[in-house]
Design a protein around this ligand. Sequence first.
Ligand code: SF4
Length: 245
Amino acid sequence: MTARAMSTPLQIHGVCPHDCPDTCGVITEVRDGRAVSFRGDPDHPVTQGWLCAKVRPYLDHVYHPDRLLYPLRRVGPKGGGGRWERIGWPEAVAEIARRWQEIIARYGAEAILPYSYSGTLGLLQMGVSSARLWNRLGASQLQRSICGAAAEYAVETTLGTRWSQPYGDVVHSKLVIIWGHNPVSTAPHFMPLLRQAQHARTTLERDADGTTADSSERSRHEHCLAAARARARRRRSPASRGRGR
Ligand code: SF4
């Protein structure tokens, strides 16, 4: 292989590892065994060539000089006064095991609560290997969804089921209610479609105020809004707060 051929970048198509509904397509270019560029897949229907601010600098996750590469042990007090010293992997694992054994001997294994959920974990780390360790240990069991369970409860209570249509469907909607959700922050690829729906709706409103008023459409929207407000009032009422699912 010539030197020129060796330096031709290899394009690798992948998927963002975050637990995010956008599920962006990503393209990593690798040259001579090193990733040299990382970007959104322009052909992915949701990603359309751009990634959110969290994931765009992903090459730094791998190559940044300040990246954590070794176990560190705090020396001194917690907070600003503490320092960190590098220790080896065997030492780190032995210390964690010793502390767990002390906790188990004194309080029982359920005094250990594994606190983690999806984030950037794949199925193996999230649902298989860690579960086997915690089950074997007899640790407490976390509701395996630190943040999602609250949202799931809210969606099921409001809509009756956890169901979501494809992002693109929103452009056909005449009424969109964004409730307890900031898509600019948590679903950025939904925003262009939402704006598209918003502009279409603005046109409809203008028509409704002008000569082509569609009163049945408008009253349907008002009915939906009233029903949504009534549901919210019911959930806030003291009687419904005491009820279980
Ligand atoms: S929006 Fe960000 S976190 Fe979500 S899939 Fe795309 S790159 Fe990943």
